[in-house]
Ligand binder design. Structure first.
Ligand code: NOJ
Ligand code: CA
Length: 716
């Protein structure tokens, strides 16, 4: 006889009861679950309260799980946690669709299109209310905590934010050691389960560093699942909050937010009403979609500035690489153990290696003017360079006193006469209080002499000691500098500051940031050959980087025999970086004397645009290769750049992006067949071809190489 579950009455009753219970549970779940879909229906976000009133969310892409149910909430200092005991007090849904024009950017206009779910949660026991706002875009998810003003949640201190990102498996990750003070690490590519084993070797020395965990990693974090899903995790609109890192549970592949602590270990002082930054996930089954995403920018507020006419993309050269390589010095003397305010520079003997002399800066100005650059950066122009590094000094640079051999008035007059600007440099040595002390005078000084852009720097530990480069208080400092600079119509390029989170939408005078391992490290031991195939997927997700490409003399020993470092790139790839490393601020970082020996290749740097009407990702795979095409702002010309890893490859592209019916002259700057980033970096070939939007191109890239193409409309 066939066994029948319902053949006996008691069994049937039991089954009915179980069924009824399951239905009830489901109903309860549905009552508490809220779902929204992205405008194209491919992403679905579900919010639900788990048992005990624990808020969770989960995410799917084309029906595939991206995040399993992941908990939300915060722990507070000396107050009950905002983690459980919640009921849903209200939910609101809406759709939003706008198109906006960035002041500068990769494209002329940006569509900001999302479906939103705002869930208001009440913790009855403590009479406190928070809101979680989710915005679901076609390219990903953003969500934040909102803390409305209320009697029982007026002012509080965050002990830790406990936002989970429960991944579906042991994804491949492109990660940096989690650190409260630096992002200047080489990216490690490994599975998440390997992070712990690789952490020690990955944590290379830096002038200021505070790693916090054997499985802590930074954002933007790029992930790829075994079934080919690309996921980027970061944050947007980091304002008055500490920067988020991620703590990895390497057994269950759950990432949990880990905020940067301040000098007493607190992770955020919040007065309501207030919002957290947005936590962002960009998701696609196509790598190029991660690079095309504008989600992080879209989650920032529109610009606050009425007048943006003074904000302009900049192509520059500078008295810089010669100091980085050790050919010349920032300091004017070789005095050691001096006390800055007791030195009369006019009376001491100069060291003869000072880079920023009036005569030498004039050579750079002449070079800039001759080749059509907008500006010249000059570092080491001001007193104090003998007495700062690693000293944790409070009073150090005053940002207004030039060395005796730097004639600030004459140089700005000379530059202006040649239609070139000087770029100011403020190395703060991490003494943020000292910088704020002098900031107003420093900006007035810049206004007086005609500077309109400043490169700031925060080398070394933050002073006041105990603070970290990425804590709330120091993030507020960067914000203060940015907004003060705007009052003086000054553009800012911050080095060693917190990594960007799309703030340039709101504050477009933030035209650059470092916050990663830049070209300078090619003179400090080198960057991996695949570094520039990863950065656009990681660091650049938050905003442009002042990567300072354009090094043609890849052997650093040519400038300083004692320095054996070399640039892990071919010369042709250095050209490609002007296209692949998007920035409205681009430096031609090598020395004029070197460019003068390669004027044919230098022509690409002269021609390439720094502001764009359109951008196409032609090929991309993190860690392997990236090929971009970009259309110059207001012009018919296009530029293509391709960078590849140490393997080399043949890139196949279709010029279908060109305007139909138009003829273009392509100038292709490429690796020679025998080029190699280490063995033969300067072997390049330049050839011209007539092309149209029907042309397909197959182009060799050497190991550690790449290529650059300018496409000018024929006859223009
Ligand atoms: C580190 C910066 O990244 C570099 O560009 C600068 O030259 C030095 N600090 C000195 O300020
Ligand atoms: Ca740096």
């Amino acid at each position: 006889m066939k066994h029948n579950l319902f053949s006996t009455e008691p069994l049937r009753q039991k089954a009915r009861r179980t069924l009824a219970f399951l239905c009830l549970c489901l109903l309860w779940q549905v009552a508490n679950a809220q779902e929204i879909k992205s405008p194209n229906n491919q992403l679905a976000l579900q919010f639900a309260l788990q048992n005990g009133g624990v808020p969770t969310y989960q995410l799917t892409y084309k029906g595939r799980p991206v995040l399993k149910p992941s908990k939300l909430g915060l722990e507070l200092k000396n107050a009950p946690a905002l983690l459980r005991g919640f009921t849903v007090a209200d939910t609101q849904q809406r759709s939003f669709d706008e198109t906006w024009q960035p002041v500068w950017g990769e494209v002329k206009s940006i569509r900001n299109h999302y479906n939103e779910l705002a869930v208001t949660l009440t913790q009855a026991e403590t009479q406190r209310t928070i809101r979680v706002r989710f915005r679901l875009y076609d390219d990903g998810l953003g969500f934040r905590y909102e803390f409305p003003r209320q009697p029982k949640l007026d002012y509080f201190t965050i002990k830790e934010e406990r936002t989970e990102f429960a991944l579906t498996g042991d994804h491949k990750a492109f990660w940096l050691p989690g650190d409260y003070d630096t992002q200047e690490y080489s990216t490690v590519t490994s599975n998440l389960s390997q992070v712990r084993g690789l952490m020690k070797a990955a944590t290379t020395p830096n002038a200021s560093q505070t790693p916090f965990s054997p499985t802590g990693v930074q954002t933007p974090l790029m992930l790829k699942s075994k079934d080919g899903l690309y996921i980027n995790l970061h944050e947007a609109a980091l304002i008055d909050y500490s920067a988020m890192h991620l703590e990895l549970d390497d057994k269950n592949f759950v990432l949990t937010s880990h905020l940067t602590p301040d000098a007493v270990g607190d992770k955020g002082l919040i007065q309501t009403p207030a919002n957290s930054p947005w936590r962002t996930l960009i998701v696609s089954d196509r790598a190029g979609a991660i690079l095309e995403s504008k989600l992080v920018l879209n989650l920032n507020e529109p610009t606050k500035y009425q007048d943006v006419s003074w904000i302009k993309p900049v192509k520059y050269v500078g008295v810089w690489w010669e100091m980085i390589t050790g050919k010349s010095t920032w300091s004017y003397t070789n005095l050691e153990n001096i006390k800055l305010d007791s030195v009369d520079y006019a009376k001491v003997k100069p060291n003869g290696t000072h880079g920023a002399t009036t005569a030498h800066v004039k050579e750079y100005i002449d070079f800039a003017a001759k080749h059509g650059f907008d500006a010249v950066l000059v570092e080491g122009w001001n007193t104090g360079w003998e007495d700062w590094f690693g000293k944790h000094k409070d009073y150090v640079f005053d940002f207004v006193t030039p060395y005796p051999d730097f004639d600030v008035a004459e140089l700005n007059r000379y530059a202006a006469s040649k239609n070139v600007k000087l770029i100011m440099h403020h190395e703060t040595s991490g003494s943020v209080r000292n910088y704020e002390r002098h900031l107003e005078d420093a900006f007035q000084f810049m206004n007086k002499y005609g500077y309109n852009a400043v490169k700031t720097g925060y080398v070394g530990d933050i002073v006041p000691l105990g603070h970290h480069h990425y804590d709330q208080w120091v993030n507020n400092h960067y914000q203060y500098v940015l907004e003060k600079a705007a009052e003086h119509k000054i553009m800012v390029n911050g080095h060693e500051a917190v990594r960007p989170t799309g703030l340039a939408r709101t504050y477009p005078n933030l035209i650059g940031n470092e916050a990663a391992r830049g070209t300078e490290y090619e003179a400090f031991g080198g960057n991996n050959a695949d570094h520039t195939t990863i950065l656009p997927f990681t660091r650049l997700i938050g905003g442009p980087m002042d990567y300072t490409p354009g090094i043609f003399q890849t052997k650093v020993s040519a400038y300083n025999p004692q320095n054996t470092s070399f640039v892990h790139s071919t010369l042709a790839r250095q050209l490609a970086l002007y296209v692949t490393m998007y920035s409205p601020l681009q430096m031609a970082a090598d020395l004029p004397e070197t460019y003068n020996q390669h004027l044919d290749a230098f022509q690409f740097i002269k021609d390439v645009a720094v502001d764009w009407d359109d951008t196409k990702v032609l090929e991309a795979e993190p860690g392997d290769y990236i090929t971009y095409a970009r259309k110059a702002k207001g012009k018919s010309s296009w530029f293509v750049g391709s960078t590849c890893d140490e393997q080399g490859r043949t890139s196949k592209i279709d010029l279908g992006f060109l305007d139909p019916g138009k003829k273009y002259v392509a100038t292709i700057y490429a690796d020679a067949k025998n080029a190699h980033y280490e063995k033969n970096p300067q072997a390049y070939q330049i050839r011209k071809a007539n092309v149209t939007n029907k042309t397909k191109l197959s182009q060799y890239c050497a190991p550690g190489g790449g290529y650059a193409i300018s496409l000018m409309e024929a006859g223009k």
